[in-house]
Design a protein around this ligand. Structure first.
Ligand SMILES: [Zn+2]
Length: 120
């Protein structure tokens, strides 16, 4: 898995085994980074204060252990390049279908959380 760094793998280790199975396959298709997996109460409150989430502890899929949610970003990193995030979502969708895993994309939320993916 040439695309995933040690830091990506550490973050991925806090996520459900289905993400650990899917991510290396997705990373073969697209250069990406793992922004985050599990968030404890402190991290969730911090994300809420910073406007990165509209969900309070413990109601985020990031708050479960292991985390059902993972935040990803296409590389090179450009938060404004929404098209690039759509491309990433298409790869996540394709791999999840292939592996019979049901995924919800944050891009479909009313507040458009484009890097967020969660298992049903
Ligand atoms: Zn998220």
């Amino acid at each position: 898995m040439p695309n995933l760094t040690e830091r990506d793998m550490l973050r991925l280790a806090t996520c459900d085994v289905r993400w650990q199975m899917l991510l290396p396959k997705i990373a073969e298709k697209m250069w990406l980074m793992v922004i985050g997996g599990h968030r404890n109460e402190e991290k969730q409150n911090e994300a809420f204060r910073n406007g990165l989430t509209q969900v309070r502890w413990p109601n985020s899929k990031h708050n479960l252990e292991p985390s059902l949610a993972v935040d990803l970003a296409p590389l090179p990193l450009d938060w404004k390049n929404t098209r690039h995030f759509f491309e990433l979502a298409a790869h996540v969708w394709a791999e999840s279908l292939k592996n019979d895993v049901s995924v919800i994309w944050g891009g479909s939320f009313s507040f458009g959380d484009y890097g967020h993916f969660e298992l049903r």
